[in-house]
Design a protein around this ligand. Structure first.
Ligand SMILES: Nc1nc2c(ncn2[C@@H]2O[C@H](COP(=O)(O)OP(=O)(O)OP(=O)(O)O)[C@@H](O)[C@H]2O)c(=O)[nH]1
Ligand SMILES: [Mg+2]
Length: 482
């Protein structure tokens, strides 16, 4: 066969097999345990045990009230957990899940105790003394992956879920755990596979196939659905990236307009110094806040004006560079005054070039012309009194809706993570090369190399062809017990 020079089709399947084998041999499947619930006091705590010896070891210490010696799968047992000296450590509930119907797809036992860190630690120590090993961060999920129960994008979604800081990113993580992204990528890989099969046929039986017609069809699929899907995945990532990290909002504007007061009002804390002296704030002041389940990093800044004060100058430079790195500017002016030309120019520039909302503060005072000027200029603005709180709800609602405009329409949309999107970008590059190759009538051999690479990248996203060191990196982002 002339297929994909340098890598015969058999070699491809073999390398897949080898990757998996390498990953398997890398983990010795001994029995592992860890505390699976967060540190700190709460109602119940869970100690999770997974592996061949899970039941045997757990039953060494468990005394069931009903007197059973061997638990049945997917049943819950009530009893006590005793240590090696047969002293009762706690009342516990034992839940046994026989593999493969468990989180790791191995025999799993979960012991629920009271959430006291001391008790949980003692229970864990008993298990560890019996030859169970402490799980590494992410090892339970890693086993679920290596045992074939979940694919890599699902495993990564579990990390995102654990780390989700906001409701929105939580929703995105949930839909990935369900495997929607995996399905999409899988479908894309099937499409690419179909194309490589066609190319193979053309190369093997050149006389039986009309090359021009086939090339046209392949070009249409690649240039159409394949490129569109890859581009939309990249777009979804870009759109949703801000939700993972918190949206960066900068409060800017002339001195004394009420910026520090606004930060304090939004955060509900007396965070920044407020005085009637213009130029009070010199440095950047950050606060994390939540509005409607979305995380914001709000920064109060030094008022923008021409100044000879060296300290204030540095503060203003910092303000400007933070504005450049922001997702949204809240430009605040004092409504009891007019607007000076430099301020008006600055507003015009930010509104035109960046995400910027203009807020006219001090609505409790007599208007001084700022509102009229903005209206004349056709610049949208909201009026507010940070002091009385009037108009604050409208400001928050406007901020949220401005941000939600940037979210992928369907919230459960397919959003790859950082590692995945890097692979999607590479794949897009390959597919674009293939399309160019067809247009410039390159040999089918050459084109199939690009398609093959794109296909491998899809496999890598699904975790079917992942080098071991990358696996390590992914799973080390987990906490212990997951
Ligand atoms: N009447 C009224 N006064 C306000 C309002 N908001 C803030 N102020 C007052 O305006 C003055 C300046 O407020 P700050 O929050 O320090 O203003 P700033 O923009 O941070 O000022 P700089 O840090 O100097 O740039 C203070 O005396 C506040 O009490 C408001 O809505 N109404
Ligand atoms: Mg201030």
């Amino acid at each position: 066969m002339h297929f994909a020079p340098g890598r015969a089709p058999g070699a491809y399947a073999e390398s897949l097999q080898n990757d998996k084998k390498r990953a398997m041999s890398y983990l010795d499947f001994d029995t592992i345990a860890a505390i699976a619930t967060p540190v700190g006091r709460g109602g119940i705590g869970i100690i999770r045990v997974s592996g061949e010896k899970a039941v045997e070891v757990a039953m060494t210490f468990f005394r069931s009230v009903s007197g059973i010696k061997r638990p049945k799968s997917h049943r819950v047992y009530y009893g006590t957990f005793v240590d090696a000296k047969v002293e009762v450590l706690d009342e516990v509930i034992l839940f046994y899940m026989k593999g493969p119907k468990s989180y790791t797809a191995e025999d799993c036992v979960e012991i629920q105790s009271h959430a006291s860190p001391v008790v949980m630690r003692q229970i864990l120590d008993c298990l560890l003394d019996e030859g169970v090993r402490l799980a590494e961060p992410g090892e339970f999920t890693k086993r679920a992956y290596l045992n074939g129960r979940i694919n890599l994008s699902q495993a990564e979604a579990v990390i995102d879920l654990i780390n989700a800081r906001t409701t929105t990113s939580h929703e995105m993580a949930i839909s990935m755990v369900k495997g929607e992204l995996g399905q999409k990528i899988g479908a894309l890989r099937e499409t690419l596979k179909g194309i490589t099969v066609t190319l193979e046929a053309i190369l093997d039986f050149p006389d039986d196939v009309d090359e021009a017609i086939q090339a046209e069809a392949i070009r249409e699929t690649l240039g159409g659905v394949v490129i569109q899907t890859l581009e939309s995945l990249i777009g979804n990532f870009d759109d949703s990236d801000i939700f993972r990290n918190g949206i960066r909002v900068v409060i800017a504007g002339p001195p004394n307009s009420g910026k520090s007061s606004l930060l304090n009002r939004l955060s509900g804390q007396d965070r920044a110094i407020v005085t009637n002296v213009p130029g009070t704030t010199r440095d950047l002041i950050d606060e994390f806040i939540h509005i409607d389940g979305i995380a914001f990093q709000v920064t109060d800044t030094a008022g923008l004006r021409v100044t000879e004060d060296p300290v204030e100058k540095i503060g203003i430079e910092r303000t400007l560079s933070r504005i450049e790195a922001s997702d949204l500017i809240l430009y605040l002016v004092d409504g009891s005054l007019g607007l000076e030309a430099p301020v008006l120019n600055q507003i015009r520039m930010y509104v035109a070039t960046r995400q910027c909302m203009v807020l006219v503060n001090k609505a409790d005072l007599t208007p001084g012309g700022a509102v009229d000027l903005l209206s004349e200029e056709g610049l949208a603005h909201l009026t507010v009194s940070v002091k009385t709180g009037e108009g604050m709800e409208a400001v928050k609602a406007a901020v949220v809706s401005r941000i939600l405009e940037r979210l992928p329409e369907d919230r459960s949309a397919l959003v790859p993570n950082r590692r995945q999107v890097a692979l999607v970008r590479k794949a897009l590059n390959n597919v674009e090369n293939a399309v160019e190759g067809i247009d410039s009538q390159l040999s089918f051999d050459a084109i199939s190399i690009d398609i093959r690479s794109a296909m491998d990248l899809m496999g890598e996203i699904l975790g079917e062809e992942v080098p071991v060191d990358i696996l390590d990196e992914i799973f080390s982002n987990f906490c212990i017990g997951k």
